[in-house]
Design a protein around this ligand. Sequence first.
Ligand code: BQF
Length: 284
Amino acid sequence: MKRIDGREISEYIKTQVRAEVETLKAGGVFPCLAVIIVGDDPASRTYVNNKKKVCEQVGIRSLEFALPAATAQEDLLSLIRKLNADDSVTGILCQLPLPKTIEEKVVLNAIDPKKDVDAFHPVNVGHIMIGDPVLLPCTPAGVMEMLRYEGIDPSGKNCVVIGRSNIVGKPMAMLLMAADGTVTVCHSKTVDLVSITSQADILVSSVGKAKFVTADMVKPGAVVIDVGMNRDENGKLCGDVDFTAVQEKAGYLTPVPGGVGLMTVAMLMKNTVTAAKMQMTKGK
Ligand code: BQF
């Protein structure tokens, strides 16, 4: 089994982004990412800190807007409208999940699609769906970069995605399809999951359960991509894949931590550069 190293590949992406940021700045364009966090979920805090740290690494300015959990939806929306109108802000993201009192859809719809670096706005989702993406969904795009870096071409391969979320599963299926993969999406209502996953040349798991993907679910030599972000019985960060068992059978495997998560943040930086460029060329 070859371990796909998220650290190495994300550093490769960040080096490219750093160079692009330099060029933009030399031309008077200053990418700036506004990160909104509502409430004090510890995982969300960690993710926001990761994003700010990586912004610094690549020379992108970041602004944090930390709002209390009790923030009214209308107040969050007015912050977003203010950031939409601010030409010095080139990217906006609202860390998910939001408190239950706030309707996620309304918030995501409020972000200017040109500044929507998570690519969650319906306009950007539409671009992804028709195979003409403008801003890429960060996690699925990160997975595609890992495959490309390893020389793995999805064309004609059986690709199986477990999970159908709007953030990972659905856009992942779209990108694999756009790369000419034959894609099957499995989920909680799928009957006989093992018979489907064990035919996968490329298996992407985004379930949210530790040790969900066991060796019997994996085709010998398959590429296994672990998008899970879970805690094991000892509170340690782990993915969806039973790493010890699956590493004997898979051809390639991504670790957690040190895998897809790092790529998600690196691709966010790439989107922030893309968004800054669009605001430069398409004159507002
Ligand atoms: C690593 C996320 C679930 C729900 C909302 C590096 C991150 C994670 C792990 C990170 C994630 C997961 C993010 C590692 C951002 C990825 O070394 O393995 C980076 O910061 N992520 C998020 O913003 O929201 C989430 C997972």
